[in-house]
Each structure stands twice: as C-alpha cells, then as structure tokens.
Design a protein around this ligand. Structure first.
Ligand code: SF4
Length: 250
C-alpha cells in the first residue's frame, strides 16, 4: 500500500487534533502540537498570511491573553534569554502602556473573567477599540521578542477555528477572516480543515492550571511582576490583581 501523501498526512493530523491533544501530557507538548498543526494548516491554505512577517495580531485590539501556566513559561523565557537591558526596555513599555491606558487594561482584565456570553462580546467590542493605538509589549522591532515562549493563543493565530455559541470563526484578525470568507465562496463550500481552538483552551485551562486560576493579558502579567522597577525573579501564578490597580498610598 502506498504511504499517504504529505498533504494527506497534514489533513489527517488536523482531523485527529483533538485525539493528539488529549494525548499531550504537558503544556510544552501542547505548544509543540499547536506549532505542528499551525504549520499543517498554513501549508494547506497558503493564502493565509500568518506565516509571513505579518504582526497585525500583535497590535491594537488583539491583546494576547495567557493563563498562569503560560505566563510561567514566558517569565522563565525572559529570565533565561533576555538581557537586563531587554527586560528594562520591556518594563518601560509596560509602564508607558499603564500610564496612558490603565483603566482600559483593567477593564479588559475584568472582561476576561466574565462568563463567555454575548454580554462579554459586547463589553470587549466597547473596550478594546480604546487600545487601537497600542501594541503587545513583547513586540520588538516589529517582531515577537519572545517567540519561543509566546502563549498558545499567539501560536494558534490564523490556523484555528474558534467556536462561540452557534458561530464558527477563524481565530485571526479581521482581514484574514474576510479572506477566508472569499476563499470559501470560491471553493463553493464552507468546509475547511482546521483544529478547534476551544479544545486547546479548555485543556490548557483545566489540565495545566489550578481550578479558578486567573488568566489575563500579557501587559498585566508583566505589571504584576514589577518590584522596585525590576522584573521579579520569582513567578507568582496568583497575584493580587485587585491590589495592583489601587493608586499607591503616600
Ligand atoms: S507575545 Fe509575541 S506573538 Fe504574541 S502578541 Fe506579543 S509580540 Fe505577538
């Protein structure tokens, strides 16, 4: 019997993504699987621009979210691979972001904690545009400065489907969502071969994080690890976010 073609192998892997996910014992295995599946999907749909130098998802309204376990990996990455100067520059970017957008950043943090319903979608739609002139603090010289340590949601961008109630959407920026619509119209069917992001999010939240753990945006994670103007060397998976937003007492 002929071995399956490389294209067939990619399709099979994507179709079996939930099984492969269930068999992934660690968060780093899940990251590896997401990387592999993203490569497969971007090979199957070369018109998707997310493999290029595009960084649209690192700017403006798509503030990246990480669970505590993902922040721990990113924090470790910063300590291992970033110089003191790089860390100081990151802190400056985060402090600058908070000096101009603190209220909105905390509003995004609060919205992330809400039940996933239409109310949450409407709050995001109201709040996120206020961050249109910002970018992820890890974006350095137009590239992700923490690529190997970036959270799962960044890895999945452009190659996964996102389910919300009865809606299915490409997990990507609006320009790629519009492009996939045109692609599906041309192919005459709405069938696409892509993994479901929700399964991955659920596994990461439930398997690698404590029950009730708080996820938040990367800017808030960094802000919660500042001490005397430096990045704390100890990771804290459960910071007191409420205390952090109080203005310092004099
Ligand atoms: S962590 Fe990296 S990939 Fe993710 S939004 Fe920030 S700069 Fe972009």
């Amino acid at each position: 019997m002929q071995p399956p073609s490389p294209t067939r192998q990619k399709i099979d892997r994507v179709l079996q993504s939930k099984l492969l996910l269930d068999a992934s014992p660690s968060l780093s295995d899940v990251y590896t699987l997401i990387n592999q599946l993203s490569n497969d999907v971007l090979d199957l749909y070369p018109h998707i621009a997310c493999r290029t130098q595009c960084n649209t998802c690192c700017k403006g309204t798509s503030m990246p979210v990480a669970t505590p376990a993902e922040w721990a990996i990113l924090h470790d990455y910063l300590l291992r691979y970033w110089s003191q100067e790089q860390r100081e520059a990151l802190i400056e970017r985060v402090q600058s972001l908070f000096s101009t957008h603190a209220e909105t950043l905390w509003a995004v943090h609060d919205t992330i904690q809400q039940e996933a319903d239409m109310g949450k979608v409407e709050t995001f739609a109201r709040v996120l545009p206020q961050l249109a002139d910002t970018q992820c603090p890890f974006l350095v010289d137009e590239k992700c400065g923490a690529y190997a340590g970036r959270p799962a949601k960044c890895r999945a961008h452009g190659a996964f489907l996102f389910l919300f109630q009865e809606h299915v959407q490409l997990h990507a920026c609006q320009s790629e969502v519009d492009k996939i619509e045109v692609f599906m119209q041309k192919q005459g069917t709405r069938k696409v071969v892509m993994p479901i992001w929700n399964h991955f999010e659920e596994k990461i939240v439930r398997t690698f994080n404590a029950p009730g753990a708080t996820s938040t945006i990367l800017a808030v994670w960094v802000y919660s690890h500042l001490q005397d103007g430096q990045l704390c060397e100890e990771v804290n998976l459960n910071p007191d976010f409420q205390a952090l937003r109080q203005p310092p007492t004099t």
